[in-house]
Design a protein around this ligand. Structure first.
Ligand SMILES: NC(=O)c1ccc[n+]([C@@H]2O[C@H](COP(=O)([O-])OP(=O)(O)OC[C@H]3O[C@@H](n4cnc5c(N)ncnc54)[C@H](OP(=O)(O)O)[C@@H]3O)[C@@H](O)[C@H]2O)c1
Length: 278
């Protein structure tokens, strides 16, 4: 199965399907990521906040894969609000991952009530200029946050990683990204499993001979977003990888889109203000 790539606004290619490691325990991460590589995933989405970058790095080292064959994303944690602290944190990430650059570095949360995300963006611009990241982007940014970056900074984010699934289409943030040339990455693409019993998804799954998870992930892919479902279960890793040999009709796409309830599984980025001690 060949995973298509999307071209980011700086020319970097990103595999449209990857593997997320949120909530994969640090001690299990190396083994889980090695299994994901065996299944065929070549794009790993981690974060400083997940505490498992070293496990990803160990898997990269043990896999025998060339560094250039794997797209690695990490995210600046919320505690690193000052320039020097953020630069140090990125250095520690690169050490943990065993690489001199990541493919994509994101600001994890905008924290608009706590600190200035524009200042953090300028730090990421520096990492990018210095070669520590092939592309930089943001996560959980609302349209107003993206517009401020456009007005006040130089580099346009390559991606905005936001919560998107059939119960939260998140149209406004996706549209703002589209307007600015920013690719949307859909986190919790199956809403951590909550959408999988939905009668509409069950009906479509039956009609196309696929599972509700595959139908949901295929819906994201056909909308043009990047996805990286997480699973520690080998059979689910394989299931979630098999998305490129079937297609949903326009009617199926519309029926899934109509499930939107504006229902978040995670925090609201406009008010989320969690800053861990560092
Ligand atoms: N930027 C952010 O703020 C942010 C926030 C959240 C997530 N993310 C990223 O997005 C990735 C994915 O999101 P997520 O981990 O929250 O949720 P998700 O991928 O929507 O769902 C993961 C959950 O669904 C289960 N699952 C996976 N595939 C399944 C299948 N085929 N059938 C039934 N159940 C299945 C997994 O169970 P098992 O593991 O037990 O198999 C796990 O409990 C994360 O790993 C992370 O990389 C980013």
């Amino acid at each position: 199965m060949t995973v298509p790539t999307l071209t980011l606004n700086n020319g970097v290619e990103i595999p449209q399907l990857g593997f997320g490691v949120f909530q994969v325990p640090p001690q299990d991460t190396k083994g889980v990521v090695l299994e994901a590589f065996e299944v065929g995933y070549r794009h790993i989405d981690t974060a400083q906040m997940y505490g498992n970058e070293a496990g990803v790095g160990a898997a990269l080292a043990e896999s025998g894969l060339s560094r250039d064959d794997v797209f690695v994303t990490t995210k600046l944690n919320n505690g690193f609000l000052e320039h020097d602290a953020a630069l140090d944190a990125v250095k520690r990430s690169l050490d943990a991952l065993g690489t001199d650059h990541v493919d994509l570095l994101l600001i994890h949360w905008p924290l608009p009530t706590v600190a200035d995300y524009v200042a953090r963006w300028r730090t990421l611009e520096q990492v990018y200029a210095d070669g520590g990241a092939r592309a930089i982007g943001v996560s959980n940014f609302q349209p107003a946050h993206l517009h401020r970056l456009r007005d006040e900074t130089t580099v346009t984010p390559a991606v905005n990683q936001i919560e998107v699934h059939p119960y939260l289409r998140n149209d406004e943030a996706r549209a703002a990204g589209q307007e600015l040339g920013i690719v949307t990455e859909a986190w919790s693409p199956i809403a951590q499993g909550k959408v999988l019993d939905d009668p509409v998804l069950l009906r479509i799954a039956e009609s196309v001979g696929r599972t509700p998870a595959q139908v949901t992930l295929r819906w994201h892919v056909q909308r043009g977003d990047v996805v990286f479902p997480k699973s520690v279960t080998r059979s689910r890793m394989e299931e979630n990888f098999a998305l490129f040999d079937f297609e949903l009709s326009a009617t199926d796409m519309a029926d899934i889109g109509a499930l939107d309830r504006h229902e978040r599984t995670g925090p609201d980025p406009d008010v989320f203000d969690y800053v861990p001690a560092t």
